[in-house]
Every structure is written in structure tokens, then in C-alpha cells.
Design a protein around this ligand. Structure first.
Ligand SMILES: Cc1cc2nc3c(=O)[nH]c(=O)nc-3n(C[C@H](O)[C@H](O)[C@H](O)COP(=O)(O)O)c2cc1C
Length: 226
């Protein structure tokens, strides 16, 4: 810590005094798409194209280890279709170790400016190496090197060590040179078991509609009390 870090930020806003009335129009059973993935596509488009949200593909991924100890972090959704929701990460990271012990996962899209959230619960499996490699090649050169340079979630001594590791890789693989896909890096596809669409309404009487997967592959929709 330097002296500058210790300077007081001044008066801090009181979170209990932050109160917004949600006014958005409701979400009805009749208006829902046949599958949660189609409904997600509609809301994702609203978030990206109409509301211009910053990184609407940012989602909070919650995992738990074999003892049920939870952990959450933000990652970016990179693909979705009827098979599920895909993100990429380091297979030695904390989240990936949790998923190796316990594949149950929750994804939360916090679209606050629209008074909406989507919560997916399901099972995560690694994507195939071909799919991972195809995505890795679309990443900018610097991000490809970053995936090699970082032993994600491990303790490191200094920032300089990380920068040195990156510089070494940048020298080995200059811009324009193909960077191999790191073996410890890849995707997870979350196959949904339930997907809840939450729309904020007046007086905290929000709409919550949840699709639940049936054994025959169809979806049941249920309304939850807010
Ligand atoms: C907006 C945002 C996007 C992120 N996207 C990713 C991502 O796509 N993949 C990833 O591994 N980490 C991503 N991170 C970093 C993670 O939040 C987290 O720090 C990292 O994955 C290590 O998590 P873990 O130690 O719990 O495994 C992102 C962070 C933020 C704030």
C-alpha cells in the first residue's frame, strides 16, 4: 500500500437508500417462445441491439466443489444454441477444478438497466478440442498469448513475472505467427436443466417464468412468486 491508496474515498453512498421502481412491461406465459434457448435469443437481442447494454454476454458463473463450497465469477458467453451455453476458460482454474468434481453450475445474466435477469441451471461439460481450436483461432493474437501466459487462479509473486512470461511468448510467437491452442485451455458447454426469465415490475410484483426440462426433452413452464 502506498499513502495514496490510503486516502479516504469521501462519503460513500448508502446502498439501502438506493431504490428503483421497475416499470417495464410484463412477461406472460402466452408471449414466451417454445424453448428457453429461443426465449434467451429474443432477450439477448433486446439487451444487445435495443438496450445497447455493455457486454450483455457477461454472466456470473457459480460452481461448487465436492463439499458444496460455492464460488462465483464473471465470464463471457461465446456461443449459445439448443445444446447449451458455451464459455472458455483455463482448465486448471478454480472454476474448472470445481466443475471436474461437481458439474452442476448456475449462470446468471444481470441485465439491470432493463430490470431483467436470466438464470440458467444445468450441467457443464468440456467442449470438444475441434470446437475449442476453432474458437481459439478467432481470438486476437494478444488474447491467444494471454491464455498461455497465465496459469489462471494460481498464486504468483509479482505482476512483473506475468509480464515477463507474456513478453517471452510474444517473442516466440510474433504477430502473424500461429499460436497453438494451449492444452490447459478450452470451453465448457452448459446444458440447461432450467432457465428462469425474470422481469422487474411495479411494487416488487415481478414476473418470473421458469422453463424446466422434462425427461422426454420437452419443456414445462412454471410461474414463480417474486
Ligand atoms: C467482464 C469479465 C469477463 C470475463 N470473462 C472471462 C472469460 O470469458 N473466461 C475466463 O476464464 N475468465 C473471465 N473473466 C475473469 C473471471 O472473472 C475470473 O477472474 C477468472 O476466470 C478466474 O476465475 P476462477 O479463479 O474462479 O476460476 C472475466 C472477468 C470479467 C470481469
Amino acid at each position: 500500500m502506498t499513502d495514496a491508496d490510503a486516502v479516504s474515498p469521501g462519503p460513500v453512498p448508502d446502498p439501502a437508500a438506493m431504490r428503483k421502481q421497475y416499470r417495464a412491461e410484463g412477461l406472460s406465459e402466452a408471449g414466451l417462445a417454445a424453448t428457453p434457448l429461443e426465449q434467451f435469443a429474443r432477450w439477448f437481442k433486446d439487451a444487445a441491439v435495443e438496450a445497447h447494454l455493455f457486454e450483455p454476454n457477461a454472466m456470473v458463473v457459480s460452481t461448487a466443489d465436492a463439499e458444496g463450497r460455492p464460488g462465483s465469477r464473471t465470464v463471457l458467453l461465446k456461443h449459445f444454441d439448443e445444446q447449451g451455453f458455451v464459455f472458455y476458460t483455463n482448465y486448471d482454474s478454480h472454476k474448472a477444478r470445481d466443475l471436474a468434481e461437481n458439474p452442476y453450475v448456475s449462470l446468471l445474466f444481470p441485465w439491470h438497466p432493463m430490470a431483467r435477469q436470466v438464470i440458467v441451471r444445468g450441467v457443464a461439460r468440456r467442449t470438444g478440442r475441434d470446437e475449442t481450436a476453432a474458437y481459439f483461432r478467432t481470438r486476437p493474437h494478444g488474447s491467444q498469448l494471454g491464455a498461455w501466459a497465465s496459469a489462471q487462479s494460481s498464486v504468483i509473486a509479482t505482476r512483473a513475472d506475468l509480464d515477463a512470461s507474456y513478453a517471452e511468448l510474444a517473442a516466440r510467437y510474433p504477430e502473424g505467427e500461429q499460436v497453438p491452442v494451449p492444452p490447459h485451455w478450452g470451453g465448457f458447454r452448459v446444458a440447461p436443466q432450467s432457465v428462469e426469465f425474470w422481469q422487474g415490475r411495479l411494487n416488487r410484483l415481478h414476473d418470473r417464468l421458469r422453463y424446466v426440462a422434462e425427461a422426454d426433452g420437452s419443456w414445462r413452464v412454471e410461474r414463480l412468486s417474486p
